[in-house]
Design a binder for this molecule. Structure first.
Ligand code: F6R
Length: 363
C-alpha cells in the first residue's frame, strides 16, 4: 500500500507531480485558458473583499493565496486562521467572497468559519480534497484538489494542490477583473503546465537534501526565513519540520529578524533562508549576512542560476526556473524532504507524529 516507500509521507511527497497534473487536467485548456466555470456566476467584478480561512497547512496555502489574489486580481484579501476568525467579529458584507481550504473537509474550526461567513451573506468557495465531505456539502461552490487520499498526518500533496487551485483562482479572477494583461496570464499558465516535470526533477535530486538532514537532525532549534511568498513558504517549512521531527522551529519574515528573533541565533544555529523572489533577492542577501555574522549555518533555497548566493550560504538548493508566483509549489518539496529525513534520522514515527490527528473535528 506504500508503493515501495518506507512511509506514506515519502510516498505522498513523490505523488506530487501526479497530484499537480490531475488537479490542473480539466481546468487548463489547450489554448491556455483557465476553466473554472463553476465560478462564472459569482460577481467577482464587483466583489469588495475576499476572506480566506483555514487551519494549519491549509492556512499556509491561504497566505500564499492572499499574495497572489491581491497582486494578480487586485482584490483585497484577509486571511485568517479559522479558530481566530470566528471570535474576532469579522466585518463581512453581503456580496463579499470567501475561500475556505481544507484537505479533509471536516475540520471543525474551518466548518464553523464557513457557516459564519454564509450567515453574514458571503459567497463561500471551498477548496477541498475529500469528495462529499461536510465542508464541500455546505459551501456555495467547490473546487477539488485531486491529490488522492492523503494518509500521513503531515500534509504534503494536499498543500501543493491547494496552492495550484488558488493560483488558478487568482488568474481567473485577474482576467474577470481585467487586472492583468492576457499575455501575462498566458505566460504564467504555460509555466503552470511545466510544474509537474519540474517537481519530478526536484524529487530526483533528493539525496542532497537527505545529506543536509543527516548533518542537522540533532539541532535543537531551526529557523526559516523569507520575504513575500517565501515568508508564506517558510511558515509551511517550519510547521512540517516541527510536527514530525519535534525540533523547535520558527518561521520569520526575514526583515523582522532584527526586531527580536536574531537574539536567538548562536554559532551553529541552522537557518533555512528562502530567497526565490527576484525583487526581494538583494534584501534577502543582507538578511543572510546578518545571521551569518552571528554564526548561523545557512541552507539557502533559490531559483536556478542565482549563484551569487554561494558567496554567503553554506549550502544551496537550486529550484528549476519558473515564474516567481509559482515558486512555492516547487520550493516546498525540498522543505518536505528535509523534514522527512530529519524525522527519519531522529527515529520519529514519521506518519503518525505524537499528539496529532489527521483530521481535527473538535474545536
Ligand atoms: C499539517 C497538517 C495540519 C492540517 C490542518 C487542517 O501537516 O496536516 O496542520 O493542515 O489540521 O486540516 P484540513 O486541511 O483537513 O482542514
Amino acid at each position: 500500500e506504500k508503493g515501495g516507500f518506507e512511509h506514506f509521507m515519502l510516498k505522498e511527497i513523490h505523488e506530487q507531480p501526479k497530484a499537480l497534473r490531475d488537479t490542473m487536467a480539466s481546468r487548463i485548456a489547450h489554448d491556455l485558458s483557465i476553466n473554472l466555470h463553476d465560478l462564472d456566476d459569482i460577481d467577482i467584478e464587483k466583489a469588495g473583499k475576499l476572506f480566506i480561512v483555514a487551519c494549519g497547512t491549509a492556512y499556509h496555502a491561504g497566505v500564499v493565496g492572499k499574495y497572489l489574489i491581491e497582486r494578480m486580481a487586485r482584490l483585497p484579501v484577509e486571511v485568517d486562521i479559522a479558530s481566530e476568525f470566528r471570535y474576532r467579529q469579522p466585518i463581512i458584507s453581503k456580496g463579499d467572497l470567501a475561500i475556505v481550504i481544507s484537505q479533509s473537509g471536516e475540520t471543525a474550526d474551518t466548518l464553523a468559519a464557513l457557516r459564519e461567513l454564509k450567515r453574514q451573506g458571503a459567497t463561500v468557495i471551498a477548496i477541498a480534497n475529500v469528495v462529499g465531505s461536510t465542508i464541500t456539502r455546505e459551501a456555495n461552490k467547490v473546487l477539488y484538489t485531486w491529490a488522492g487520499p492523503e494518509i500521513a498526518v503531515a500534509s504534503t500533496k494536499a498543500y501543493t494542490t491547494q496552492l495550484l487551485v488558488i493560483t488558478m483562482i487568482a488568474l481567473y479572477m485577474a482576467k474577470r477583473r481585467g487586472a492583468m494583461k492576457q499575455r501575462n496570464i498566458d505566460d504564467i499558465v504555460s509555466d503552470i503546465i511545466k510544474l509537474p516535470d519540474k517537481a519530478q526533477s526536484i524529487l530526483n535530486g533528493k539525496e542532497a537534501v537527505q545529506h543536509y538532514a543527516a548533518q542537522h537532525f540533532s539541532a535543537h532549534s531551526i529557523f526559516f526565513i523569507g520575504r513575500g511568498l517565501d515568508y508564506a513558504l517558510a511558515m509551511e517549512g517550519s510547521l512540517k519540520l516541527k510536527e514530525i521531527s519535534y525540533i523547535h522551529s520558527e518561521a520569520y519574515a526575514a526583515g523582522e529578524l532584527k526586531h527580536g528573533t536574531i537574539a536567538l541565533i548562536e554559532p551553529g544555529t541552522l537557518v533555512v533562508a528562502l530567497a526565490t523572489q527576484p525583487e526581494l533577492f538583494d534584501k534577502m542577501l543582507s538578511n543572510i549576512k546578518e545571521v551569518k555574522a552571528r554564526g548561523a549555518v545557512v541552507m539557502a533555497v533559490v531559483q536556478e542560476g542565482n549563484t551569487a548566493i554561494e558567496d554567503v550560504a553554506d549550502y544551496v538548493i537550486y529550484l528549476p526556473d519558473t515564474s516567481s508566483w509559482l515558486v512555492p509549489m516547487l520550493g516546498v518539496i525540498p522543505l518536505q524532504l528535509f523534514a522527512y529525513y530529519t524525522a527519519l534520522y531522529k527515529g520519529c514515527d514519521v506518519d503518525k507524529p505524537r499528539n496529532l490527528a489527521k483530521s481535527v473535528t473538535v474545536e
